[in-house]
Unconditional design. Structure first.
Lengths: 459, 459
């Protein structure tokens, strides 16, 4: 896979496992995204995550899993099995394991009663079951739902139980479990991890790999790991430093951070929680420009991406989805001659689409996308069978236009993969063209941006 | 969780487990979607899936997991650890367990050499490693990549090893493993499962539950299970029949199928592999109508959904994303008076948006979406804190318009949840309004549709 640990894992190891309970996960009706979320969080906190496990709702299975994990790891996070139905049996199993009874968690019960009363619903015995936790356990109130979580000790493992609903699980983890898990790391004397993830668009993995050659040179042995991940069409590079000598660790971390910025420069659009769209938004908001899009093969995807997160109304005017050629002509003013001579997937058409939507929506910057996304949703062809892009308009060919106060530019790209991947890459590329159209004048020393505004670009 | 087995699991049980190998999965850099895919497929084939497990790339960990699973289950599917890098060690572990050596899989080696030669790449020793499999194992050629899979016996378990790349894993599973796993089920005398999944939009889980009361009455005990799953905003109901008496099983299956169609009727848009968009496409293609959308709060999402799958060009003209009010006026012809008096989130505005985009794009059917998606991406509020929708324009309020040859209709809906959920529900609802605008005239007996066309609606 796409992960190359540069150095071996740091020495002091505090181990963790993630256990999900539920037949619906085993049967594949639900993807276990909780495990990925928690795996990432535990790794950042400094744990060695040694196993993910999913078992059925059967009490025997839950019990066996907890007993086994309690022998082998320091921390267990359990999700699922805390609901009101008959197949939610986790509390009972833990009570049996510890030889205690289940008791009501009073503040959760009060909150639940208020919730039901406000809706004129009747409480059933099953609902009451939902706010029970093992006697003597560490209650973890649920800020986003009815069932509280709880913490107990099983064997050598500190175990935290949370509901399986991702939204509730995340709130409980972030509100209560993260600090407790962090304390466990500190108590065992394991160095907390210093991590940063660099988000990259516009450079492939092998290029990134090449540019970062020698990144580990001079780092204290066994304290550094660099991970590469492709999140198509983005690439992420994550650095992890764990050093018992804290200030040396910080110095290493700062050096790696500088190294990566120096080598990758402008293809890093953000770090950690930054999203591609948040970088776009920041750039447009700082410069007070307005954006519009004209989309053909992406069918609205670029607009949907821009508006997926809140905050788009500050800069995004809207767009035209010109899927049919008639719409390109009628709404965007693409000339029939251009379509006849060059075709819809051509730079002249892309230019007129961008110009048309810029005029129609009266914005500063407009981008256009017109291409051939293809007929297979996913790329199912054996690599060998993929024909080289010899004809100009093969699947994956996408033309782009940018129209702004400086005129109109166009370009053509050839993307690989199935329909979904081509469309995704095209929408990203168009939005990156829009961001750069605004960003590049700002980087010009003659621009009138204040230093404050300029620095806000880099976080 | 949302799964209620109506009857207990069928008696004859052939057990399976799914093992993923890879540090990147443990650390949450990759979500283990392979497990959900394989869990679903194994369950449909008739297996009881008893565990999903993820372990690290460490040979000891892989070995221990295989040994343990070999004691407990009949089938193990393993994904990951077959790549060219140093942390791909699965083949070596299996060779050690079985006391055999690794050998080249000749046809995979030939294919890989051709692939490299076509690209003028040099083969490295690591690449050669990629086409090795344990001596005497059952080779599973890879139709979508370089590394072949293989099958071996470990303890009581038949084990199939596949690469971790989902595209390659799926091709190998469907080409080679599914039939072998099915044969194992037949050989153990376990009845294959008859399953069908009903895809529903426009009715909540509790309503569905209520309508299907009594579904299991009269079914032979222990042969039937009914599972409910919410795939927001869709709901799926899956029936599973396993009966050693084959013809009785088929009769039960047919009766359940009829029961569900009778009770849920038109809210079932399709079954099994049907998607919401494929149902929309079928309806528009059969009637030869053309569709356009006008979107405000969804920002292009409805258009992106329609064009996500191939085949949209037969009926989808395009649309206008009118995120700003100025665009609603300027492009769609919404009157300033309407915006001033009723606001952008109003039925009068929705009506003019639908009319405007229908006229502009010259289509048969146009739908519009204008609403308040809210500022939190996910719904993070405690249920109690969610204010009842007392004001007319709270978060989640969305107005819709439909314009076609029969005039214009509007409606307002109140959706719950965060921004993502509201937008998703709104896009679905608008497209369902479009589908029904075309479908309902067809259901009129006086319509001119031929019986063939009518029957194609129901599959």
């Amino acid at each position: 896979m796409s992960t190359h640990p540069v150095a071996s894992s740091p020495a002091a190891s505090v181990t963790a496992a993630i256990l999900a309970v539920g037949d619906e996960v085993l049967r594949g009706e639900v993807t276990n995204s909780n495990a990925a979320y928690l795996g990432d969080r535990l790794f950042s906190l400094g744990f060695d995550v040694v196993a993910h496990l999913v078992v059925s709702d059967q009490p025997d299975e839950i019990k066996a899993a907890l007993q086994r994990l309690g022998l082998h790891v320091d921390l267990v996070l359990v999700t699922g099995g805390l609901g009101p139905t008959d197949d939610d049996r986790t509390v009972g199993v833990v009570c049996e394991l510890l030889g205690v009874k289940a008791v009501q968690h009073e503040s959760s019960l009060v909150a639940m009663k208020a919730w039901f009363a406000a809706r004129d619903y009747a409480l059933t015995p099953n609902n009451l079951k939902q706010t029970e936790i093992p006697e003597g356990s560490d209650p973890l109130p649920n800020p986003a739902g009815l069932a509280p979580g709880f913490g107990v000790q099983i064997g050598r493992a500190r175990c935290f139980f949370m509901p399986g609903v991702p939204r509730e699980m995340r709130r409980i983890f972030e509100s209560h479990v993260a600090t407790r898990a962090g304390a466990l790391i500190a108590q065992r004397g394991a160095p907390a991890a210093l991590t940063r993830t660099f988000h990259i668009f516009g450079m492939g993995e092998s290029h990134i790999d090449h540019r970062l050659q020698g990144i580990e040179d001079g780092c204290p042995e066994g304290t550094v790991a660099v991970h590469y991940r492709t999140a198509n069409p983005e690439n992420h590079v994550r650095i992890v430093v764990r050093d018992a000598d804290r200030s040396r660790g910080q110095a290493t971390f700062d050096r790696l951070d500088g190294f990566i910025h120096e080598r990758l420069g402008s293809v890093i659009y953000g770090v950690d929680d930054d999203t591609f769209i948040s970088a776009l938004r920041r750039t447009f908001l700082v410069t007070q420009k307005r954006l519009a899009v004209a989309e053909s093969c992406t069918g609205g995807l670029a607009g949907q991406m821009v508006t997926h997160e809140p905050g788009a109304s500050g800069f995004f005017a809207g767009g035209v989805v010109a899927y049919e050629n008639e719409v390109k002509e009628r709404v965007l003013g693409v000339e029939a001659e251009v379509l006849r001579i060059h075709g819809a997937v051509s730079e002249p058409c892309a230019a007129q689409m961008a110009l048309g939507v810029r005029r129609l929506l009266n914005v500063d910057v407009a981008v256009s996308i017109t291409g051939i996304a293809g007929d297979s949703l996913h790329d199912l062809s054996y690599p060998q069978a993929a024909a080289p892009a010899s004809t100009e308009k093969s699947v994956g060919t996408v033309c782009f236009g940018v129209a702004d106060g400086n005129g109109t530019r166009t370009e053509t790209r050839q993307f690989s993969g199935g329909r979904e991947r081509v469309r995704n890459a095209a929408a990203y590329h168009a939005l990156e063209l829009a961001r750069r159209a605004v960003l590049l004048p700002m980087e010009n020393p003659s621009s009138q941006q204040s230093p404050v505004e300029l620095s806000s670009k880099r976080k």
